[in-house]
Write a protein that binds this ligand. Sequence first.
Ligand SMILES: Nc1ncnc2c1ncn2[C@@H]1O[C@H](COP(=O)(O)OP(=O)(O)OP(=O)(O)O)[C@@H](O)[C@H]1O
Ligand SMILES: Nc1ncnc2c1ncn2[C@@H]1O[C@H](COP(=O)(O)OP(=O)(O)OP(=O)(O)O)[C@@H](O)[C@H]1O
Ligand SMILES: [Mg+2]
Ligand SMILES: [Mg+2]
Lengths: 247, 247
Amino acid sequence: MANQKGGVGKTTTVINLSAYLADSGKRVLAVDIDPQGNTTTGLGIDKSACETSIYDVLLDEAPVMTAVQATQVPSLHVLPATMDLAGAEIELTQVPDRERQLTRVLAPIVPRYDFVFVDCPPSLGLLTLNALTAADGVIIPIQCEFFALEGLSQLLSTIDLVKRDVNTRLVLDGVLLTMFDGRTNLAQQVAEEVRNHFGSQVFRAVIPRTVRLSEAPSYGQPISRYDPRSKGAVLYADLAKEVLEHA
Amino acid sequence: MANQKGGVGKTTTVINLSAYLADSGKRVLAVDIDPQGNTTTGLGIDKSACETSIYDVLLDEAPVMTAVQATQVPSLHVLPATMDLAGAEIELTQVPDRERQLTRVLAPIVPRYDFVFVDCPPSLGLLTLNALTAADGVIIPIQCEFFALEGLSQLLSTIDLVKRDVNTRLVLDGVLLTMFDGRTNLAQQVAEEVRNHFGSQVFRAVIPRTVRLSEAPSYGQPISRYDPRSKGAVLYADLAKEVLEHA
Ligand SMILES: Nc1ncnc2c1ncn2[C@@H]1O[C@H](COP(=O)(O)OP(=O)(O)OP(=O)(O)O)[C@@H](O)[C@H]1O
Ligand SMILES: Nc1ncnc2c1ncn2[C@@H]1O[C@H](COP(=O)(O)OP(=O)(O)OP(=O)(O)O)[C@@H](O)[C@H]1O
Ligand SMILES: [Mg+2]
Ligand SMILES: [Mg+2]
């Protein structure tokens, strides 16, 4: 889940898409490599109680299974991030073959899951590069706002470079329109422009801007638990079905 | 203007606060060091037409005055960012005393302005460190949403480190509550928590979430030009008055 533009719904999508896929019987792992640790908190994990986090796994050779935690959603696990991850980008530059560090440390557990989602920070630095190198595909959430289109060419060229140099199997799984407010012309215009640009790669499910979606993380719950009948919940459930169709 | 949380209103605040201060007769420079270049576009500058940008000034020894451009607002200038800035963080690591590069290149022009605002990317990497090293003070925009509080301690400890090691004059100018939606409990709770934590350092002006504010950049205009009587415009004008009181 990548986009260097901030606040576009990367974390919200990892949390809610993961939860609906788990509810449909899939075994899902959500990996948080954003030092802010919003996926970790949004899934109800107390960061101060985490003994081992993704930082220890990436840089201190802690076995990955010691860091993975269960969540309140059966068959949804999380690999939590804590604040010490903030130093990781600089420390990773010392590691040989540094873009592949996440690929290496996740290798032992990837076979245990049907889906692994990685929540990236809002940048195209070494943590996001590690995610793109480890991934089979990338989902790009795009906010239906004016600035949303501005950084896209940078993101797409970064994906192309990773595919060319380190990870030939990387594909664009899809583009997800988020925070859509149908009452504004701006949202309609941005959505139209994204569809013109990406065509069938745009998921049919368009996530609306709703208060319930922004409230759910404050209870440490995905929307499927917090308010499953809300509009946002229905659209994330639709997205999960679409992802299952493609899988 | 710094906060590693993405999408909290850093760019929107630089654009609109700068424009109102310029309207009040101050000479203002907006420096865009975010590779996304949203401040540059939001002030109506065509990035593809920029011959010299902040990248050339930081890394190619272009004289800063050759990159500064006028905007449609008299006495508001912008130092634009283009996509090549994306490579700057890695290249800056080769520069001796790298945190002070922005301070060095801005030195010749700072005296010509009453206010210089630097719009940072959503990370605590070398570009943001350069901004904190060059600045007298930092304004932290905080979105009235749950995740907003999560990364604050990291940001505050980074500010403290910069103050201790490289820039002793750096102070917290204030905390600005943004995207406040009075109809939701969540926004009220976040605002209350921020006030409990920061007390009088929270600006009295609270910026509401309004469609007009999100539409203005698509016309390349600050809100003072796009819709000066809108609620968002009035609150940014109030913020400018408060900043002038403190100056
Ligand atoms: N569809 C939505 N409707 C309303 N609020 C939303 C929606 N999606 C996300 N939000 C809220 O908007 C804010 C930004 O979303 P989120 O944190 O998921 O984005 P992000 O891309 O992960 O941000 P960052 O770039 O900082 O990692 C959060 O406060 C979140 O709760
Ligand atoms: N008060 C507001 N009301 C409504 N929309 C807003 C408001 N402030 C900002 N926005 C919109 O929200 C989005 C995020 O704001 P902005 O880009 O200013 O944040 P940022 O912190 O600079 O983001 P980034 O972390 O990516 O640099 C933009 O699309 C902007 O137009
Ligand atoms: Mg996030
Ligand atoms: Mg910005």
